[in-house]
Write a protein that binds this ligand. Structure first.
Ligand code: FAD
Ligand code: NAI
Length: 412
Protein backbone atom coordinates (compact mmCIF):
# COMPACT_ATOMS: atom_id res chain seq x y z
CA UNK A 1 0.00 0.00 0.00
CA UNK A 2 1.23 3.55 -0.75
CA UNK A 3 2.30 5.09 2.56
CA UNK A 4 0.16 7.99 3.79
CA UNK A 5 2.07 11.25 4.25
CA UNK A 6 0.28 14.01 6.15
CA UNK A 7 1.74 17.51 5.93
CA UNK A 8 0.55 20.11 8.44
CA UNK A 9 0.78 23.65 7.07
CA UNK A 10 0.92 25.51 3.76
CA UNK A 11 3.78 27.90 4.53
CA UNK A 12 7.35 28.07 3.24
CA UNK A 13 8.46 24.76 4.75
CA UNK A 14 5.44 22.71 3.64
CA UNK A 15 5.25 24.33 0.21
CA UNK A 16 8.88 23.71 -0.58
CA UNK A 17 8.51 20.08 0.56
CA UNK A 18 5.38 19.54 -1.55
CA UNK A 19 6.91 21.12 -4.66
CA UNK A 20 9.95 18.83 -4.48
CA UNK A 21 8.23 15.61 -3.41
CA UNK A 22 7.84 12.81 -5.91
CA UNK A 23 4.01 12.60 -6.24
CA UNK A 24 3.90 8.82 -6.79
CA UNK A 25 5.86 7.91 -3.65
CA UNK A 26 3.17 8.82 -1.06
CA UNK A 27 -0.56 9.40 -0.78
CA UNK A 28 -0.30 13.00 0.41
CA UNK A 29 -2.79 14.91 2.53
CA UNK A 30 -2.16 18.56 3.39
CA UNK A 31 -3.95 19.96 6.44
CA UNK A 32 -3.96 23.71 7.05
CA UNK A 33 -6.39 26.41 8.12
CA UNK A 34 -4.97 28.50 5.23
CA UNK A 35 -5.77 27.25 1.73
CA UNK A 36 -2.93 29.16 0.09
CA UNK A 37 0.79 29.67 0.29
CA UNK A 38 1.76 33.23 1.26
CA UNK A 39 5.00 34.94 0.24
CA UNK A 40 5.40 36.87 3.50
CA UNK A 41 8.60 38.80 2.58
CA UNK A 42 6.40 41.09 0.46
CA UNK A 43 3.52 41.24 2.96
CA UNK A 44 4.48 44.69 4.36
CA UNK A 45 4.14 46.14 0.83
CA UNK A 46 0.48 45.05 0.71
CA UNK A 47 -0.43 47.05 3.84
CA UNK A 48 -0.28 50.30 1.87
CA UNK A 49 -1.12 49.02 -1.62
CA UNK A 50 2.35 49.00 -3.22
CA UNK A 51 1.48 45.37 -4.00
CA UNK A 52 -2.01 43.85 -4.07
CA UNK A 53 -2.90 41.05 -1.67
CA UNK A 54 -3.48 38.18 -4.11
CA UNK A 55 -0.25 38.90 -5.98
CA UNK A 56 1.68 37.15 -3.20
CA UNK A 57 -0.71 34.23 -2.58
CA UNK A 58 -0.81 30.92 -4.41
CA UNK A 59 -3.77 28.55 -3.84
CA UNK A 60 -2.48 25.20 -2.62
CA UNK A 61 -4.94 23.25 -4.78
CA UNK A 62 -3.55 24.95 -7.90
CA UNK A 63 0.09 24.65 -6.93
CA UNK A 64 0.06 21.09 -5.57
CA UNK A 65 -2.74 19.35 -7.45
CA UNK A 66 -1.53 15.83 -6.62
CA UNK A 67 -2.26 16.24 -2.89
CA UNK A 68 -5.54 15.99 -1.03
CA UNK A 69 -6.15 19.31 0.76
CA UNK A 70 -8.15 19.58 4.01
CA UNK A 71 -8.88 23.07 5.33
CA UNK A 72 -8.62 22.44 9.03
CA UNK A 73 -6.35 22.99 11.99
CA UNK A 74 -4.41 20.19 13.66
CA UNK A 75 -5.42 20.21 17.32
CA UNK A 76 -4.16 16.90 18.67
CA UNK A 77 -1.80 14.03 17.98
CA UNK A 78 -2.01 10.41 19.05
CA UNK A 79 1.38 8.86 18.20
CA UNK A 80 0.41 5.38 19.40
CA UNK A 81 -2.48 5.14 16.90
CA UNK A 82 -0.75 7.45 14.33
CA UNK A 83 -3.74 9.76 14.16
CA UNK A 84 -3.94 13.53 13.86
CA UNK A 85 -7.02 15.17 15.33
CA UNK A 86 -8.18 17.99 13.06
CA UNK A 87 -10.73 20.76 13.57
CA UNK A 88 -12.68 22.19 10.63
CA UNK A 89 -12.18 25.93 10.16
CA UNK A 90 -15.83 26.18 9.11
CA UNK A 91 -17.90 24.58 11.86
CA UNK A 92 -15.30 23.60 14.44
CA UNK A 93 -16.16 19.89 14.13
CA UNK A 94 -13.30 17.54 14.92
CA UNK A 95 -12.24 14.52 12.85
CA UNK A 96 -9.23 12.15 12.68
CA UNK A 97 -6.69 11.69 9.86
CA UNK A 98 -4.37 8.69 9.92
CA UNK A 99 -0.75 8.91 8.83
CA UNK A 100 2.24 6.71 8.23
CA UNK A 101 4.61 9.68 7.99
CA UNK A 102 3.81 13.08 9.52
CA UNK A 103 5.43 16.45 8.75
CA UNK A 104 4.77 19.30 11.16
CA UNK A 105 5.31 22.66 9.45
CA UNK A 106 2.78 24.84 11.27
CA UNK A 107 4.99 27.93 11.68
CA UNK A 108 4.82 30.23 14.67
CA UNK A 109 2.38 32.75 16.10
CA UNK A 110 2.91 36.44 16.78
CA UNK A 111 4.28 36.69 20.29
CA UNK A 112 2.32 38.82 22.72
CA UNK A 113 4.48 37.87 25.74
CA UNK A 114 1.15 37.76 27.58
CA UNK A 115 1.08 41.58 27.63
CA UNK A 116 -2.34 42.87 28.58
CA UNK A 117 -4.48 44.25 25.75
CA UNK A 118 -2.22 43.19 22.85
CA UNK A 119 -4.61 40.60 21.39
CA UNK A 120 -7.61 42.89 21.69
CA UNK A 121 -6.22 46.24 20.60
CA UNK A 122 -3.34 45.74 18.18
CA UNK A 123 -2.94 44.32 14.68
CA UNK A 124 -0.32 41.69 13.84
CA UNK A 125 1.39 41.37 10.46
CA UNK A 126 1.65 37.70 9.57
CA UNK A 127 -1.26 36.83 7.28
CA UNK A 128 -3.07 38.52 4.38
CA UNK A 129 -6.06 39.17 6.65
CA UNK A 130 -3.77 41.18 8.96
CA UNK A 131 -2.37 43.20 6.07
CA UNK A 132 -5.88 43.94 4.82
CA UNK A 133 -7.03 45.02 8.31
CA UNK A 134 -4.02 47.35 8.59
CA UNK A 135 -4.61 48.84 5.13
CA UNK A 136 -8.29 49.45 5.87
CA UNK A 137 -7.51 51.06 9.21
CA UNK A 138 -4.86 53.39 7.73
CA UNK A 139 -7.31 54.55 5.04
CA UNK A 140 -10.17 54.84 7.54
CA UNK A 141 -8.05 56.98 9.83
CA UNK A 142 -7.12 59.41 7.04
CA UNK A 143 -10.75 59.66 5.87
CA UNK A 144 -12.08 60.06 9.44
CA UNK A 145 -9.41 62.70 10.16
CA UNK A 146 -10.69 64.68 7.14
CA UNK A 147 -14.24 65.00 8.48
CA UNK A 148 -15.29 68.52 9.51
CA UNK A 149 -16.64 67.20 12.81
CA UNK A 150 -13.27 65.94 14.07
CA UNK A 151 -11.49 67.77 16.90
CA UNK A 152 -7.80 68.63 16.57
CA UNK A 153 -6.93 66.32 19.44
CA UNK A 154 -8.82 63.39 17.90
CA UNK A 155 -7.26 64.06 14.48
CA UNK A 156 -3.73 63.95 15.89
CA UNK A 157 -4.51 60.72 17.69
CA UNK A 158 -5.99 59.06 14.58
CA UNK A 159 -2.93 59.97 12.54
CA UNK A 160 -0.38 58.75 15.05
CA UNK A 161 0.69 55.24 13.98
CA UNK A 162 2.63 53.16 16.50
CA UNK A 163 4.77 50.17 15.53
CA UNK A 164 5.87 47.97 18.42
CA UNK A 165 9.05 45.95 17.76
CA UNK A 166 12.05 47.05 15.71
CA UNK A 167 12.83 43.69 14.09
CA UNK A 168 12.63 43.36 10.31
CA UNK A 169 8.79 43.09 10.32
CA UNK A 170 8.32 46.35 12.25
CA UNK A 171 11.00 48.16 10.26
CA UNK A 172 9.69 47.08 6.85
CA UNK A 173 6.14 48.02 7.85
CA UNK A 174 7.21 51.45 9.13
CA UNK A 175 9.19 51.98 5.89
CA UNK A 176 6.16 51.20 3.71
CA UNK A 177 3.94 53.46 5.82
CA UNK A 178 6.43 56.33 5.56
CA UNK A 179 6.46 55.84 1.75
CA UNK A 180 2.66 56.02 1.80
CA UNK A 181 2.85 59.33 3.72
CA UNK A 182 5.38 60.75 1.25
CA UNK A 183 3.42 59.76 -1.84
CA UNK A 184 -0.29 59.26 -1.21
CA UNK A 185 -0.85 61.44 1.86
CA UNK A 186 1.00 64.38 0.31
CA UNK A 187 -0.99 63.99 -2.93
CA UNK A 188 -4.47 63.19 -1.62
CA UNK A 189 -4.58 64.38 2.00
CA UNK A 190 -2.28 67.44 1.89
CA UNK A 191 -4.20 69.04 4.78
CA UNK A 192 -3.13 66.11 7.01
CA UNK A 193 0.58 65.89 6.19
CA UNK A 194 1.64 67.82 9.29
CA UNK A 195 -0.34 65.62 11.65
CA UNK A 196 0.65 62.18 10.27
CA UNK A 197 3.30 60.56 12.49
CA UNK A 198 4.98 57.20 13.00
CA UNK A 199 6.52 56.07 16.30
CA UNK A 200 8.55 52.88 16.54
CA UNK A 201 8.89 51.43 20.03
CA UNK A 202 11.72 48.94 20.64
CA UNK A 203 12.61 47.13 23.85
CA UNK A 204 16.28 46.76 22.89
CA UNK A 205 19.01 49.30 22.15
CA UNK A 206 18.88 49.07 18.36
CA UNK A 207 16.55 48.22 15.52
CA UNK A 208 17.30 45.27 13.22
CA UNK A 209 19.49 43.67 15.85
CA UNK A 210 20.04 40.55 13.72
CA UNK A 211 21.59 42.66 10.94
CA UNK A 212 25.14 43.98 10.79
CA UNK A 213 25.47 46.97 13.14
CA UNK A 214 26.46 49.41 10.37
CA UNK A 215 23.38 48.47 8.39
CA UNK A 216 21.19 48.89 11.45
CA UNK A 217 22.69 52.39 11.99
CA UNK A 218 22.12 53.24 8.33
CA UNK A 219 18.43 52.33 8.62
CA UNK A 220 18.13 54.30 11.88
CA UNK A 221 19.53 57.45 10.23
CA UNK A 222 17.25 57.10 7.21
CA UNK A 223 14.23 56.69 9.50
CA UNK A 224 15.24 59.73 11.56
CA UNK A 225 15.51 61.84 8.38
CA UNK A 226 11.99 60.72 7.53
CA UNK A 227 10.65 61.92 10.89
CA UNK A 228 9.97 58.41 12.19
CA UNK A 229 10.29 58.76 15.95
CA UNK A 230 12.19 56.08 17.85
CA UNK A 231 11.57 55.12 21.44
CA UNK A 232 14.40 52.69 22.27
CA UNK A 233 15.20 50.58 25.35
CA UNK A 234 11.54 50.79 26.26
CA UNK A 235 9.33 47.70 26.31
CA UNK A 236 5.60 48.16 25.98
CA UNK A 237 3.96 46.90 29.15
CA UNK A 238 0.24 47.31 28.48
CA UNK A 239 -2.13 48.24 25.67
CA UNK A 240 -5.65 49.66 25.74
CA UNK A 241 -7.86 50.84 22.88
CA UNK A 242 -5.84 53.70 21.31
CA UNK A 243 -3.26 53.72 24.13
CA UNK A 244 0.20 52.20 24.42
CA UNK A 245 1.69 52.12 27.93
CA UNK A 246 5.50 52.16 27.98
CA UNK A 247 7.75 50.91 30.77
CA UNK A 248 9.02 54.51 31.14
CA UNK A 249 5.55 55.57 32.29
CA UNK A 250 4.81 57.43 29.04
CA UNK A 251 1.46 56.74 27.37
CA UNK A 252 1.16 57.03 23.58
CA UNK A 253 -2.23 58.03 22.16
CA UNK A 254 -2.64 56.40 18.77
CA UNK A 255 -5.00 55.53 15.93
CA UNK A 256 -3.32 52.22 15.02
CA UNK A 257 -0.93 49.86 16.77
CA UNK A 258 0.96 47.28 14.71
CA UNK A 259 2.45 44.60 16.96
CA UNK A 260 5.61 42.98 15.60
CA UNK A 261 7.60 41.67 18.54
CA UNK A 262 8.58 38.33 17.01
CA UNK A 263 7.52 34.70 17.11
CA UNK A 264 5.89 32.64 19.83
CA UNK A 265 5.00 28.96 19.80
CA UNK A 266 1.95 27.83 17.87
CA UNK A 267 -0.91 26.47 20.04
CA UNK A 268 -0.72 23.01 18.43
CA UNK A 269 3.04 22.81 18.98
CA UNK A 270 2.56 23.86 22.61
CA UNK A 271 0.19 20.91 23.07
CA UNK A 272 2.69 18.33 21.78
CA UNK A 273 4.58 16.20 24.31
CA UNK A 274 7.93 16.38 22.46
CA UNK A 275 11.20 18.05 23.51
CA UNK A 276 11.38 21.79 22.71
CA UNK A 277 13.92 24.62 22.96
CA UNK A 278 13.45 27.65 25.23
CA UNK A 279 11.41 29.40 22.50
CA UNK A 280 8.98 26.45 22.39
CA UNK A 281 10.25 25.09 19.04
CA UNK A 282 10.28 21.34 18.45
CA UNK A 283 13.76 19.82 18.63
CA UNK A 284 14.75 17.61 15.74
CA UNK A 285 17.78 15.54 14.78
CA UNK A 286 19.91 16.39 11.73
CA UNK A 287 17.43 14.52 9.51
CA UNK A 288 14.59 16.79 10.73
CA UNK A 289 13.01 13.96 12.72
CA UNK A 290 11.34 15.03 15.95
CA UNK A 291 13.54 13.75 18.79
CA UNK A 292 12.51 10.28 19.86
CA UNK A 293 10.13 9.76 16.89
CA UNK A 294 10.79 7.67 13.79
CA UNK A 295 8.10 8.88 11.40
CA UNK A 296 7.43 12.44 12.53
CA UNK A 297 9.38 15.33 11.01
CA UNK A 298 9.26 19.04 11.85
CA UNK A 299 10.66 22.04 10.02
CA UNK A 300 10.39 25.80 9.59
CA UNK A 301 9.55 28.30 12.33
CA UNK A 302 8.02 25.62 14.59
CA UNK A 303 11.24 23.58 14.83
CA UNK A 304 14.99 23.77 15.25
CA UNK A 305 17.86 21.31 15.14
CA UNK A 306 19.08 19.98 18.46
CA UNK A 307 22.55 21.47 19.20
CA UNK A 308 22.37 23.73 16.16
CA UNK A 309 19.83 26.50 16.48
CA UNK A 310 18.25 27.83 13.29
CA UNK A 311 16.95 31.31 12.51
CA UNK A 312 13.18 31.50 11.94
CA UNK A 313 13.27 32.58 8.33
CA UNK A 314 11.66 31.62 5.04
CA UNK A 315 15.12 30.87 3.72
CA UNK A 316 15.72 28.15 6.31
CA UNK A 317 12.16 26.74 6.02
CA UNK A 318 12.52 26.44 2.23
CA UNK A 319 15.89 24.71 2.45
CA UNK A 320 14.55 22.31 5.06
CA UNK A 321 11.45 21.55 2.95
CA UNK A 322 13.59 20.77 -0.08
CA UNK A 323 15.90 18.58 1.99
CA UNK A 324 13.00 16.65 3.50
CA UNK A 325 11.49 16.05 0.05
CA UNK A 326 14.81 14.54 -1.04
CA UNK A 327 14.92 12.42 2.08
CA UNK A 328 11.34 11.17 1.66
CA UNK A 329 11.88 10.55 -2.07
CA UNK A 330 15.10 8.62 -1.63
CA UNK A 331 15.31 6.74 1.64
CA UNK A 332 13.97 3.23 2.01
CA UNK A 333 12.24 4.17 5.29
CA UNK A 334 12.25 7.52 7.17
CA UNK A 335 13.56 5.80 10.30
CA UNK A 336 16.62 4.62 8.37
CA UNK A 337 17.49 8.03 6.90
CA UNK A 338 21.05 8.06 8.24
CA UNK A 339 21.93 5.03 6.15
CA UNK A 340 20.86 6.59 2.86
CA UNK A 341 21.31 10.36 2.98
CA UNK A 342 23.55 13.10 4.39
CA UNK A 343 22.17 15.19 7.27
CA UNK A 344 20.57 18.59 6.70
CA UNK A 345 23.05 21.46 6.32
CA UNK A 346 21.69 24.99 6.18
CA UNK A 347 23.34 27.40 3.78
CA UNK A 348 23.36 31.04 4.81
CA UNK A 349 22.54 33.33 1.88
CA UNK A 350 22.23 36.43 4.09
CA UNK A 351 19.31 38.73 4.79
CA UNK A 352 17.59 41.52 2.91
CA UNK A 353 15.28 44.23 4.21
CA UNK A 354 13.39 47.14 2.65
CA UNK A 355 13.91 50.37 4.61
CA UNK A 356 11.88 52.81 2.51
CA UNK A 357 12.44 55.57 -0.05
CA UNK A 358 13.69 53.04 -2.61
CA UNK A 359 16.48 51.87 -0.31
CA UNK A 360 17.22 48.44 1.11
CA UNK A 361 19.79 46.59 3.21
CA UNK A 362 21.64 43.45 2.17
CA UNK A 363 23.48 41.62 4.93
CA UNK A 364 25.21 38.96 2.83
CA UNK A 365 27.88 36.57 4.12
CA UNK A 366 30.72 38.48 2.39
CA UNK A 367 29.13 41.84 1.65
CA UNK A 368 27.18 44.51 3.49
CA UNK A 369 25.24 46.77 1.15
CA UNK A 370 22.70 49.53 1.55
CA UNK A 371 20.97 52.14 -0.60
CA UNK A 372 19.26 52.41 -3.97
CA UNK A 373 21.18 49.69 -5.85
CA UNK A 374 20.53 47.32 -2.97
CA UNK A 375 16.83 48.12 -3.35
CA UNK A 376 17.02 47.05 -7.02
CA UNK A 377 18.78 43.87 -5.86
CA UNK A 378 16.09 43.36 -3.17
CA UNK A 379 13.30 43.66 -5.73
CA UNK A 380 15.09 41.38 -8.23
CA UNK A 381 15.81 38.78 -5.54
CA UNK A 382 12.21 38.60 -4.32
CA UNK A 383 10.80 38.64 -7.82
CA UNK A 384 12.84 35.53 -8.62
CA UNK A 385 11.90 33.89 -5.32
CA UNK A 386 8.13 34.25 -5.84
CA UNK A 387 6.75 30.77 -6.27
CA UNK A 388 4.76 31.03 -9.51
CA UNK A 389 5.06 32.77 -12.85
CA UNK A 390 1.60 34.26 -12.21
CA UNK A 391 2.76 35.83 -8.91
CA UNK A 392 5.91 37.18 -10.57
CA UNK A 393 3.84 38.88 -13.29
CA UNK A 394 1.33 40.23 -10.76
CA UNK A 395 4.03 41.70 -8.50
CA UNK A 396 5.91 43.22 -11.43
CA UNK A 397 2.69 44.73 -12.71
CA UNK A 398 1.81 46.06 -9.20
CA UNK A 399 5.21 47.75 -8.88
CA UNK A 400 4.80 49.42 -12.26
CA UNK A 401 1.17 50.38 -11.57
CA UNK A 402 1.85 51.89 -8.15
CA UNK A 403 4.88 53.76 -9.51
CA UNK A 404 2.97 55.31 -12.45
CA UNK A 405 -0.53 55.78 -11.01
CA UNK A 406 0.16 55.78 -7.26
CA UNK A 407 -1.17 53.30 -4.69
CA UNK A 408 -4.90 52.66 -4.70
CA UNK A 409 -6.59 54.40 -1.77
CA UNK A 410 -10.06 52.88 -2.21
CA UNK A 411 -11.49 51.45 1.01
CA UNK A 412 -13.66 48.33 0.54
P1 FAD B 1 4.62 29.68 7.81
O1 FAD B 1 5.07 30.15 6.48
O2 FAD B 1 4.20 30.68 8.83
O3 FAD B 1 3.42 28.65 7.57
C1 FAD B 1 2.78 27.98 8.62
C2 FAD B 1 1.60 27.25 8.03
O4 FAD B 1 1.02 26.40 9.00
C3 FAD B 1 0.48 28.17 7.55
O5 FAD B 1 -0.07 27.67 6.38
C4 FAD B 1 -0.53 28.08 8.69
O6 FAD B 1 -1.85 28.37 8.27
C5 FAD B 1 -0.38 26.61 9.05
N1 FAD B 1 -0.84 26.25 10.40
C6 FAD B 1 -0.79 26.98 11.54
N2 FAD B 1 -1.31 26.27 12.57
C7 FAD B 1 -1.67 25.07 12.06
C8 FAD B 1 -2.28 23.91 12.63
N3 FAD B 1 -2.58 23.83 13.94
N4 FAD B 1 -2.54 22.85 11.81
C9 FAD B 1 -2.22 22.89 10.48
N5 FAD B 1 -1.65 23.97 9.90
C10 FAD B 1 -1.38 25.03 10.69
N6 FAD B 1 11.93 35.36 6.12
C11 FAD B 1 12.93 35.52 5.24
O7 FAD B 1 13.78 34.60 5.11
N7 FAD B 1 13.05 36.62 4.47
C12 FAD B 1 12.14 37.64 4.53
O8 FAD B 1 12.26 38.66 3.83
C13 FAD B 1 11.05 37.50 5.43
N8 FAD B 1 10.12 38.48 5.52
C14 FAD B 1 9.07 38.32 6.38
C15 FAD B 1 8.12 39.34 6.46
C16 FAD B 1 7.05 39.24 7.35
C17 FAD B 1 6.05 40.34 7.44
C18 FAD B 1 6.94 38.08 8.17
C19 FAD B 1 5.79 37.95 9.13
C20 FAD B 1 7.89 37.08 8.11
C21 FAD B 1 8.96 37.19 7.21
N9 FAD B 1 9.94 36.21 7.12
C22 FAD B 1 10.97 36.33 6.23
C23 FAD B 1 9.86 35.00 7.97
C24 FAD B 1 9.15 33.87 7.19
O9 FAD B 1 7.89 34.29 6.74
C25 FAD B 1 8.99 32.65 8.06
O10 FAD B 1 10.23 32.28 8.60
C26 FAD B 1 8.41 31.50 7.24
O11 FAD B 1 7.12 31.81 6.80
C27 FAD B 1 8.40 30.20 8.04
O12 FAD B 1 7.86 29.20 7.24
P2 FAD B 1 6.98 28.04 7.94
O13 FAD B 1 6.58 27.11 6.83
O14 FAD B 1 7.67 27.49 9.09
O15 FAD B 1 5.71 28.80 8.52
P1 NAI C 1 12.05 39.83 15.74
O1 NAI C 1 12.06 38.82 16.82
O2 NAI C 1 13.10 39.80 14.71
O3 NAI C 1 12.03 41.31 16.39
C1 NAI C 1 11.11 41.65 17.40
C2 NAI C 1 11.58 42.93 18.09
O4 NAI C 1 10.58 43.31 19.02
C3 NAI C 1 12.89 42.76 18.83
O5 NAI C 1 13.79 43.76 18.42
C4 NAI C 1 12.49 42.91 20.30
O6 NAI C 1 13.47 43.56 21.08
C5 NAI C 1 11.23 43.79 20.20
N1 NAI C 1 10.31 43.63 21.33
C6 NAI C 1 9.99 42.48 21.98
N2 NAI C 1 9.10 42.76 22.98
C7 NAI C 1 8.86 44.09 22.94
C8 NAI C 1 8.04 44.96 23.71
N3 NAI C 1 7.24 44.50 24.70
N4 NAI C 1 8.03 46.28 23.41
C9 NAI C 1 8.81 46.74 22.41
N5 NAI C 1 9.61 45.97 21.65
C10 NAI C 1 9.63 44.65 21.90
O7 NAI C 1 10.57 39.70 15.08
P2 NAI C 1 10.03 40.00 13.63
O8 NAI C 1 10.54 41.26 13.08
O9 NAI C 1 8.56 39.84 13.72
O10 NAI C 1 10.62 38.80 12.77
C11 NAI C 1 10.22 37.45 13.04
C12 NAI C 1 11.09 36.49 12.25
O11 NAI C 1 10.88 36.68 10.84
C13 NAI C 1 12.58 36.71 12.48
O12 NAI C 1 13.22 35.47 12.44
C14 NAI C 1 13.02 37.55 11.28
O13 NAI C 1 14.36 37.32 10.92
C15 NAI C 1 12.08 37.05 10.19
N6 NAI C 1 11.83 38.17 9.26
C16 NAI C 1 12.79 38.41 8.32
C17 NAI C 1 12.64 39.48 7.45
C18 NAI C 1 13.74 39.76 6.48
O14 NAI C 1 14.69 39.00 6.38
N7 NAI C 1 13.63 40.86 5.73
C19 NAI C 1 11.43 40.34 7.47
C20 NAI C 1 10.51 40.01 8.54
C21 NAI C 1 10.71 38.96 9.38
Amino acid sequence: MTPRLVVLGTGFGAFSLLKNLSPSRYAVTVVSPRNHFLFSPLLPSTTVGTIEFLSIAEPIRTAVSYANFVQAEAVGLDTSRKVICCKSVFDGKEFPIEYDVLVIAVGAESNTFGIEGVKEHTLFLKELAHARAIRQKVLDNFEAASLPTISEEERKKLLHFVVVGGGPTGVEYAAELADFFDDEVKAHFPHLVQDARITLVEAGKQILSTFDERLSRYATKLFQRRRIKFIMNTPVKKVEAGKVYLSSGEVLETGLIVWSTGNGANAFVKSLPFQKDSAGRLLTDRYLRVLGEKDIFALGDCATLQDYTQPATAQVAMQAGKYLAKLLNEVSAPSKAEKDIAPFERQNFGMLAYIGKDEALADLPFMKWSGFLTWIFWRAAYLTKLVSFKNKLQVLFDWIRSRIFGRDISRF
